[in-house]
Design a protein around this ligand. Structure first.
Ligand code: HEM
Length: 260
């Protein structure tokens, strides 16, 4: 009787059959979220290559520009990757918005329930909403920069962004948001799909260990870029180029000169 009343009041009773779309959209939201979280982990390792030295980071940046395949760097290849990640982010955000508490009243109700029940998973979900909202703006700004200036991904130019352009507080907030958001998101996916098959306590332990690891790696990386940026603060816009590339370029110039 109670269920019938709800169906009539919401108009669902008139529907010929239940729609499968909410489930499909949920699946797509999970899939795009999984892709973005795994991409972020890989991305963190690529960015952290600066800890192994300027040459390591330069090599990875040039690898994505196709330098070691074509013998010449094509930064637009990086823009293609950024474009695809941006598309995934837009789809993911669009689908996530459906679930945001959209009025103050709704937000107060969720928060009150989470608090009253001391329900950790609901509290985590609220954190996912806050950090997701922040990333609408921060991740978009970052992707905009990477899309239009992929040639500026370079140990010295990136470090100058952190220090001379004063972007380190931006990266710090982005780092905290993305690591919390991705960790909670993956935990919620694991609980929802039952894979890996482990208790919530175990999954939470794994989640916090991974979040802690990537946060520490991110913070140490942030500090490394800031240090390089600080040391280069008076030098203007300089690019890092490894010694062997400089020699190769000098050799090519000399050969050109001899030929004339
Ligand atoms: C969802 C998308 C993304 C998010 C949330 C994100 C987040 C971040 C964060 C938090 C940092 C700072 C790392 C630290 O402090 O240790 C960073 C740095 C960086 N990211 Fe991303 N990133 C995203 C996509 C990309 C893409 C697609 C590229 C390029 C292919 C990229 C390239 C870089 C580079 C080169 C840096 C070093 C700093 C710089 O050059 O400005 N990111 N990113």
């Amino acid at each position: 009787m109670f269920h019938e009343t709800i169906l009539i009041q919401t108009g669902l009773a008139d529907r010929p059959r239940k729609s499968r779309w909410p489930a499909r959209l949920d699946l797509l939201q999970g899939a795009t979220g999984l892709f973005l979280a795994l991409f972020m982990w890989l991305h963190m390792f690529f960015v952290a290559s600066i800890l192994l030295g300027e040459t390591a980071m330069w090599t990875i940046a040039k690898f994505f520009e196709g330098y070691f395949i074509f013998g010449k760097a094509y930064p637009w290849l990086v823009s293609c990757v950024v474009g695809f990640v941006a598309l995934m982010l837009v789809v993911h955000a669009l689908l996530a918005v459906r679930k945001f508490p959209i009025s103050f009243q709704q937000w107060r109700t969720v928060r009150a329930h989470a608090k009253a029940m001391r329900h950790g998973d609901s509290t985590m979900w609220l954190w996912q909403v806050y950090t997701g909202f922040l990333m609408f703006f921060l991740a978009s700004a970052h992707l905009y920069q990477m899309f239009f200036w992929p040639q500026d991904i370079n140990p010295y130019l990136s470090a100058a962004r952190f220090w001379s352009d004063g972007l380190w507080p931006f990266y710090l907030v982005l780092l905290l948001s993305v690591e919390l958001h991705a960790g909670i998101g993956l935990y919620r996916l694991a609980v929802k799909w039952g894979w890996p098959n482990a208790s919530r306590q175990t999954l939470q332990k794994v989640k916090w260990t991974l979040t802690g690891f990537f946060l520490v790696l991110g913070l140490v990386t942030l500090a490394a870029y800031m240090k390089i940026g600080y040391e280069l603060r008076d030098q203007g816009r300089v690019e890092y180029t490894p010694e062997w590339v400089v020699k190769k370029q000098e050799g090519a110039h000399r050969n050109q000169g001899d030929g004339q």
